[in-house]
Design a protein around this ligand. Structure first.
Ligand SMILES: [Zn+2]
Length: 356
C-alpha cells in the first residue's frame, strides 16, 4: 500500500528526550552543553517540520526511468551546520570516499533497502522506489539522528556520551522504518500507537542488523544502538529487546526506563506519552515470538509483523491489544494453526497483552 499524501508530520529521533533532558542538567558543561544544544536543534527541527508540512512539502519522487529494485542513495554533508540537505558527497554507484561516516550512512541505507526488497518485496520506503537521502555531520556535537519525514539526518555525537550516530546500522534501519510506517499504517506518534510506531522501528532496525550479519534469532544481541555509547558510559546500547530496562545504568545517563510487561506500563506526558519507554513491551513480545520460532527472525516473525504494518487493518490509533490481535490473525492467515500461531499468542501472553 502506498500513501502519497495526508500523513501526519513526522519527526522521530533515536535518542529520546528524557535522556537528553537528564544530560542537559549535568553539572559538567562538556556533557550538558551538547545535550542542551541537541534539544534545541530537535525543537527547532520539530517546529520547522510542522510548518513545512502545513505549507505542503513536495514528496520526493523517484527519478524518471529509475529501476525500482535498486536503491537511489544520496549522502550529503552538513559540514557541522544545521542546513539541510548540505553538500552532496556521495551518490548511487560511486566509490567509497575517505569519510567513514559517509560510507557507513551509504551502506546503512543500502542494507535497509535490501532487507525490505529481498525479504518483503517492498521497493524502498514508499514501495514506489523513493530515493534515500541522508545528511551526515549535522550540527556541532549533535547528540541524535532523525528522520524528518523526507530524509535521514545524523549527528556526530559529543564523544563524551554518544559517538557517531552512523555506527549502529540498526539506528539507520530504525529511522528509515519510521518512513515505512508513515507510508503504511501511519501510527499516531502518541501513547500506545506511538509506542507501537517506535517498536516497529526497533523491530525492523534490529532485523536489518541481523540480516546484514546473517544472524539467527538465537545469535542476535537484540540491542538497539550497540556501539553508540562512549566508553565512559556504563551501558551497552539505547534499548534492549531481549531484556528491556537493562540497556544502561549509568551515573550520568540514569537507568534504562523501559518496561517489558504491561503491568509496568509507564504513564507519562513526556516523550509523547512515553513512546520510547513503553515500546519495550511490544519489542519484547517480538523478541519472544522470534526466539520461540528460531531460525532467522526476519523470515516468520518479521513477515507476520510486516503483514500487520502493511495489511491495511491496523488503525492509526491502535492500542497494543489491537496490534497483538492482528499479529495472531496474520500468523494464522500465513502459516495456519501451527507453531507460528502458538509462538505469537504466547509471546503477547508473556508480556501481559491480551489478544482477542
Ligand atoms: Zn524512533
Amino acid at each position: 500500500m502506498t500513501t502519497t499524501g495526508g500523513f501526519q508530520p513526522v519527526f522521530c529521533t533515536i535518542v529520546p528526550p528524557h535522556v537528553l533532558d537528564r544530560l542537559a542538567r549535568n553539572e559538567d558543561p562538556a556533557l550538558s552543553g551538547p545535550a542542551r544544544r541537541s534539544l534545541e536543534h530537535d525543537a527547532y527541527q520539530r517546529t520547522k517540520r510542522r510548518l513545512t508540512t502545513v505549507i505542503g512539502a513536495a514528496i520526493a519522487a523517484p527519478p524518471a526511468g529509475a529501476a525500482a529494485d535498486k536503491p537511489h542513495r544520496t549522502v550529503y554533508d552538513a559540514g557541522h551546520t544545521q542546513d539541510l540537505p548540505g553538500t552532496k558527497v556521495r551518490e548511487e554507484g560511486s566509490e567509497p570516499g575517505s569519510d567513514a561516516t559517509v560510507n557507513r550512512a551509504y551502506a546503512g541505507l543500502g542494507a535497509t533497502f535490501e532487507l525490505y526488497l529481498k525479504v518483503y518485496g517492498r521497493h524502498s520506503i514508499d514501495d514506489g522506489g523513493m530515493p534515500l537521502d541522508a545528511t551526515v555531520h549535522f550540527g556541532e556535537n549533535y547528540d541524535n539522528a532523525f528522520w524528518n519525514g523526507e530524509q535521514m539526518v545524523f549527528g556526530d555525537g559529543d564523544n563524551e556520551i554518544f559517538l557517531d550516530f552512523t555506527i549502529p546500522v540498526d539506528v539507520i534501519g530504525h529511522e528509515l522504518t519510521h518512513g515505512v510506517t508513515q507510508h503504511t499504517a501511519n501510527l499516531e506518534y502518541y501513547g500506545q500507537s506511538g509506542a507501537l510506531n517506535e517498536s516497529v522501528s526497533d523491530v525492523f532496525g534490529s532485523l536489518i542488523k541481523q540480516y546484514t550479519l546473517g544472524q539467527t534469532a538465537a545469535e542476535a544481541d537484540w540491542l538497539i544502538g550497540a556501539g553508540l555509547l562512549a566508553p565512559r558510559v556504563t551501558g551497552t546500547a539505547l534499548r534492549s529487546m531481549k531484556a528491556p530496562g537493562t540497556a544502561y545504568d549509568d551515573d550520568v545517563l540514569g537507568k534504562d526506563p523501559q518496561p517489558a510487561k504491561m503491568e509496568d506500563y509507564v504513564r507519562t506526558g513526556r516523550d509523547n506519552g512515553g513512546v520510547h519507554i513503553n515500546s519495550g513491551i511490544p519489542n519484547h513480545a517480538f523478541y519472544l515470538a522470534a526466539t520461540a520460532l528460531g531460525g532467522y527472525a526476519w523470515e516468520k516473525a518479521g513477515q507476520i509483523w510486516y503483514d500487520v504494518l502493511t495489511g491495511g487493518e491496523l488503525k492509526d490509533d491502535a492500542l497494543f491489544a489491537d496490534f497483538a490481535t492482528l499479529t495472531v490473525k496474520a500468523a494464522r492467515e500465513r502459516y495456519g494453526a501451527g507453531d507460528e500461531l502458538q509462538a505469537v499468542q504466547k509471546a503477547w501472553e508473556q508480556v501481559g497483552v491480551r489478544t482477542l
